[in-house]
Write a protein that binds this ligand. Structure first.
Ligand code: PTJ
Length: 248
């Protein structure tokens, strides 16, 4: 039992989720390494949502609200850390959710799909029953996507995406939005909007933003998007990675 008084309580809760998901058999073998890398970046960021991250999130929500077919991509880590928050966000902005695994196996897909069915979310895409296509006809498993989901999407939000897939998505002309704690990753550099934040903070924050932006004029949403420059924002995100404490 984790004690709430532990100074690293929140971080330990996330580790526990990853460990349980790993035991349940739906995480990639390297999922813990990916999580650990994320933890290290988050530590250096002060485990707080930064101003550039918030800016990128407003732009993300504006783009998704204006999109015809926005899709949120989920992998093992994302499901382990934030499945309920993802469903809530998808419902708030009327987006689809697609299982999109870098290390895809039928068993992992079935296990993840069941987690969505158990939460009364039968419309989950990317399952083994789904019609899968190849983005831009690239015959590479990294380009596979559900016909009604990522394949035909105009906007794709991909937390923790691999660089190859981010590149394929970005080249396909889709609005590619990523959540990645590493501002130097190929994924962050390839994307149209890069949210440098922990997805466990970013997703619920965007649900709140959506509740506000849904009430605003489309013109305001377009202004938010037009004023945004991802390269500048990414540089600002990077500058916030510094050691703020002195060693005694
Ligand atoms: O479930 P699968 O098969 O799709 O596999 C998922 C992983 C994450 C194992 C796979 O995509 C992978 O190997 O990813 P990478 O290349 O290790 O990249 C993961 C990136 O996500 C790193 O840049 C981490 O810093 C970042 N990251 C890790 N945890 C979080 C995160 N970013 C935001 N929020 C997190 N909680």
């Amino acid at each position: 039992m984790l004690s709430k008084s532990h100074p690293r309580y929140e971080s330990l809760v996330l580790r526990d989720k990853i460990v349980k998901a790993s035991k349940a058999g739906y995480l990639a073998d390297s999922a813990m390494i990916a999580h650990g890398r994320g933890e290290a970046f988050d530590y250096l960021l002060g485990e707080k949502t930064t101003l550039p991250a918030k800016r990128a999130m407003y732009v993300t929500v504006a783009i998704m609200l204006l999109s015809k077919n926005p899709v949120i991509s989920v992998n093992g880590n994302t499901v382990a850390l934030a499945i309920d928050e993802i469903i809530e966000f998808a419902r708030e902005i009327d987006a689809k959710i697609e299982i999109n695994l870098f290390y895809r196996t039928d068993d992992r897909v079935n296990k993840i799909a069941k987690l969505f069915y158990d939460r009364d979310y039968p419309e989950i895409l990317g399952t083994n029953n789904d019609e899968m296509m190849h983005i831009n006809e690239i015959k590479n498993p990294r380009a596979s996507a559900s016909k009604n989901g990522i394949y035909s999407a105009d906007t794709v939000l991909v937390p923790l995406e691999d660089g190859d897939r981010a590149e394929i998505l970005s080249r396909s002309g889709k609005n590619t939005i990523t959540i990645d704690l590493n501002p130097l990753s190929r994924t962050s550099k390839m994307s149209d909007v890069s949210i440098v934040d922990n997805l466990v903070r970013a997703i619920p924050f965007m649900t709140k933003i959506a509740r506000d932006l849904k009430l605003q004029d489309e013109e305001l949403l377009r202004e938010i998007i037009e004023e945004f420059d991802n390269d500048i924002n990414l540089k600002e995100s990077l500058e916030l990675f510094k050691i703020k404490e002195e060693v005694k």
